[in-house]
Design a protein around this ligand. Sequence first.
Ligand SMILES: [Cu+2]
Length: 169
Amino acid sequence: MKKTILVAATVLFLAACGNKQEATSTETTTAPATTEAPAPEPANEMADIAISAGDDMKYDITEIYAKEGQKVKITLTHTGKAPVAAMGHNFVLLAAGVNMDEFAKAAAGAKDNDYIPADLADKVIAHTKTIGGGETTEVEFTAPAKGTYDFLCSVPGHYGMMKGQFIVE
Ligand SMILES: [Cu+2]
């Protein structure tokens, strides 16, 4: 008689535990489903842009597209053989309304700072370092407001050949 009561009590105890666990696991499986619901916006995907330039002093692309607020990664590859001192290249994206000629003139005197004039830092949205043949560099930034922006290589004498437009839609 005593044994029967003990068994019954154990069954009740296990049943209670089982129910409790079930309730908890239902809660945890429901929660992630609600947070997963909003699908990521396509604009949130990074614009992964590859651009290259060689010893011929030319970018392979002269137009880059991105969406306002989109994360952008620019990977610059120097496909040439010339060392950085002879034929260095970089990628500099200028803020809206910056005069490219004036910027390039100032950049020519900023060799020690990768040809980015320190006093014009606020005129630059993003830039890579200056690299030589066989090297690769990259920079990440957030696309600015809708509009068309200029980019250039600020190594002296290059921007006449090495420039393009960064178009934000
Ligand atoms: Cu260059």
